[in-house]
Structures are given as structure tokens and as C-alpha cells.
Design a protein around this ligand. Structure first.
Ligand SMILES: [Zn+2]
Length: 314
């Protein structure tokens, strides 16, 4: 018995010892004490930020990853694991004074096999169903044909499907991530760290928000300080998962990131499944986002990987 306990302890120690960060690139903290608990009830920025969605690709992913199939609602609906159609998006936030920012990084031209070699390791590639990928836009070509001088990229999180275009972005552009997104250590990162490093590209300007709060605390940050663009810290899917609220005169845009991947998941309030790191915390964050949608009545809600939901839908 004692031998078994020592063995389990040793195994636990080994797992802990080889746990690592999602990327080994250097990260700079963005310290601020300006975060708050929620979005002001009726934000009135002097200038409204413009918001735009760009669909990058269609793809497929496992439903058991996208949705918690053990949730009573998923069971009642008879949902079983299968490949579910999904899309990859990036979003643009255009501010008259501060310029254009991107949310997530789209898809690089050399993907999945680059001129300079493979960006994604074969073990990752085998899990990602790249054969089902149908690409519509690539990042560098989109930014140059639309003459966009990018001022920053916000990552909803650093899972590979959100970093596929990062290596094409100018190295001086800040890559903002949520609290703990880079500095948290997990065993699983052992398998993805090399791919994440290559996708973020050489010496990325990685910046991690730090509000001096507990890692599990939901909070809100008025990024430009003028109520035009709110970064929402919604941990759970990953340690530093982000969502966004962009007010507009017609009712605003709520970008969920992968705190909720699917339209069905949002409508039924069912969290993601196996793709989520901490389901309990993801539940709390999804409830927070649902609450925000009820009070602020956004015109559109954007699940991480499916078509936006209009407030006019039932
Ligand atoms: Zn994703």
C-alpha cells in the first residue's frame, strides 16, 4: 500500500516536473489596477469602436470537445460524439484614435506545411483533422489588401486554432493574452509547446495582462479607457481565456471566444467538453457571459467557432 502511494506520489511529481508553459517565448506583464467587476450598464463612448468579423476557414471538430455531452441538456437532446462543422474567425476592432486591433490571428499562408518546414508537429497534426480545413482568408494578405496598420492582437486564448496566423504578423505588434495564459504550467503543454512557439513566430511581442487578482477571478478591463472596448477575463477554457464586449448604438457585440464554441451551447447554456481545461470555472465564466447578455442585450453574440447569434433569433 505504502509502496503504491510512493509510486503514485512519484508519478505525480514526475508529471508536475515535466509540466510546462504553453509557449516558452518571453512574456512581459501588463500591470494595471483599473479592472472592474462588470461592464457599465449603459456605456457611452465619445467615439464608438467599429467592429468586424472575418471568416477565415471552415473546419470540423469533435462534438465531445466542443460540448459537454454529459450535461443533462446534451443528454436530453440525444447528442453523441461526431464531427461537427465549425469555422475559424478573426475579428477587427477599429478605433478612431488608437487604430485597428485584431482579436485572434487568423491563418497563415504556409499553413499547415510552411516553406520553411512544418509549423505544427506531426503528433498535433494527427489530432487536428487538417484534411477537413477549407481556407478563405490568410492573415498577411488580408491585412495588406485592406491596408491595415495593426496596433495589437488580442488572443481569446493560445490554443493552436487561434494562433495559426500569428507568425505572419509584424514582430513589433503586441500580442495581448489574459492573466496566467502563458505563465500557467500543464502536462499537456509538453505536446503543443513546440507548435505554439513556431506559430507565434520568432520573438513575438507577448504581453500578459496582470490585474493583481486571483487567477480564477472574472474581471473586466476598459482597454482604451473610454468605454468603447471591454476585455473580459473569463478563465476556465484556458487559464487566461478572454471574451470581449464592444458597445454599439444598436446594442453591441459580445465575442465569447472558446468559453462557448457553438450556437447550441450558447442557447442552451452548455459548456465546452474535452477542449476545456477547467470545466467548473468555464461554467462560472459562461454564466457571467450569459448574465451580461441579459443585462446588456447585445445585438450579436459570437460563439468561438460558429455563426453569430442575432438578438432577433428565438
Ligand atoms: Zn478554438
Amino acid at each position: 500500500m505504502l509502496y503504491r502511494m510512493i509510486k503514485i506520489d512519484f508519478l505525480f511529481f514526475c508529471i508536475l516536473a515535466i509540466s510546462c508553459q504553453v509557449t516558452s517565448h518571453k512574456v512581459t506583464p501588463y500591470l494595471s489596477n483599473r479592472s472592474s467587476e462588470t461592464v457599465p450598464f449603459s456605456p457611452k463612448p465619445k467615439v464608438w469602436a467599429e467592429f468586424q468579423t472575418v471568416k477565415v476557414a471552415d473546419w470540423e471538430a469533435s462534438l465531445a470537445g466542443l460540448l459537454d455531452l454529459d450535461d443533462p441538456k446534451a443528454k436530453a437532446a440525444g447528442l453523441k460524439d461526431r464531427l461537427e462543422p465549425i469555422s475559424i474567425y478573426f475579428y477587427l476592432v477599429k478605433h478612431a484614435k488608437f487604430g485597428t486591433f485584431m482579436i485572434d490571428s487568423g491563418m497563415g499562408e504556409n499553413f499547415p506545411k510552411g516553406k520553411d518546414g512544418r509549423l505544427v508537429s506531426s503528433i498535433v497534426e494527427s489530432q487536428m483533422h487538417f484534411d477537413k480545413l477549407k481556407i478563405y482568408e490568410t492573415t498577411k494578405s488580408y491585412l495588406s489588401k485592406n491596408k491595415i496598420d495593426l496596433k495589437g492582437v488580442f488572443f481569446t486564448h493560445l490554443h493552436l486554432d487561434h494562433t495559426l496566423g500569428a507568425y505572419e504578423i509584424d514582430r513589433s505588434v503586441p500580442f495581448y493574452v489574459g492573466p496566467g495564459e502563458v505563465t500557467s504550467k500543464y502536462f499537456i503543454n509538453l505536446f503543443v509547446q513546440g507548435s505554439t512557439n513556431r506559430l507565434l513566430g520568432e520573438s513575438p511581442n507577448l504581453v500578459q495582462f496582470d490585474f493583481g487578482k486571483s487567477q480564477n477571478e472574472i474581471s473586466v478591463f476598459d482597454f482604451f479607457g473610454d468605454q468603447s472596448f471591454f476585455v473580459l477575463f473569463v478563465p476556465g477554457h484556458t487559464p487566461g481565456s478572454l471574451a470581449f464586449y464592444i458597445p454599439s448604438m444598436e446594442g453591441g457585440h459580445l465575442v465569447l471566444g472558446d468559453s462557448c464554441h457553438t450556437r447550441w451551447g450558447w442557447k442552451e447554456g452548455v459548456t465546452p467538453g474535452a477542449f476545456t481545461t477547467d470545466r467548473k470555472l468555464n461554467r462560472k465564466s459562461l454564466d457571467f457571459l450569459k448574465g451580461l447578455a441579459e443585462t446588456h442585450k447585445p445585438k450579436f453574440v459570437y460563439p468561438g467557432h460558429q455563426e453569430r447569434i442575432s438578438s432577433l433569433e428565438k
